[in-house]
Ligand binder design. Structure first.
Ligand code: BG6
Ligand code: MG
Length: 214
């Protein structure tokens, strides 16, 4: 029986996925690469360095580790600049109500984000108190699609993977959830997230009776 819910952050709780995209697009344009929304789907959920490598592969560009490190730092400085103005009002509609309803049913709740900026975003949104556990990119060795982050969240919650449901907007995140043996609700399109157990267009569209469909 499902008794824990694990939420991704970027693109599930707030539209920070958009800020990642515009920062990467800005960097890519310096290499004359026009990063499209479709290509950007591949960057969702994976680590900062992996995102950069995907972009460089698209442009058939090879750089040293040192150069890549500098570019990743630059992209991150733009991202941090963009997110500094985010406010609690920007949390997607229905997200707090959903988490509150799950908590009332005694579900354990975790946040599992590949981002090393997750703590800052949570702080700006003032939602740390909604979670029994928060795991982020600073606490893991392998990012999504590896299941490590979700397995860590499940152990922090003390709930086995088979009793957890993950909310994810990234293809890599859906893969990670399935690889960890959890149920997965994809937030987005059937085309991108077809492997999830259930797909909803927006996080706030999820209703508790949908747990029976997983
Ligand atoms: C994930 C995003 O949440 O975090 C990815 O979906 C991003 O697009 C990853 O690359 C790492 O984020 P950060 O903030 O550590 O660069
Ligand atoms: Mg995401």
């Amino acid at each position: 029986m499902i008794r824990a819910a694990i939420f991704d952050l970027d693109g599930v709780i707030i539209d920070t996925a958009h800020y990642h995209y515009i920062a990467w697009k800005r960097l890519a344009s310096e290499f004359n690469i026009n990063l499209t929304i479709e290509q950007n789907e591949r960057l969702k959920g994976v680590s900062r360095m992996r995102s950069l490598e995907i972009i460089l592969e698209l442009g058939h560009i090879q750089l040293s580790e040192e150069e890549k490190e500098k570019l990743a730092v630059r992209k991150n400085s733009w991202f941090i600049e963009y997110i500094e103005s985010i406010r609690p009002e920007e949390i997607f509609p229905g997200v707090i109500a959903l988490i509150t309803a799950l908590r009332e049913k005694h579900f354990k709740i975790a946040l599992a984000s590949s981002s090393k900026n997750a703590q800052r975003v949570i702080e700006l949104l003032k939602i740390a108190n909604l979670f029994d556990a928060i795991v982020d990119g600073t606490m893991i060795t392998h990012t999504k699609p590896d299941p490590e982050i979700f397995l860590l969240a499940s152990s922090r919650l003390g709930v086995p993977p088979g009793d957890c449901v993950v909310f994810e907007d990234a293809e890599a995140g859906v893969e990670a959830a399935l690889a960890s043996g959890m149920k997965c609700v994809g937030v987005g399109s059937e085309e991108q997230l077809g492997k999830a157990h259930k797909i909803i267009a927006k996080t706030g569209n999820f209703e508790l009776n949908m747990l029976n469909e997983l």
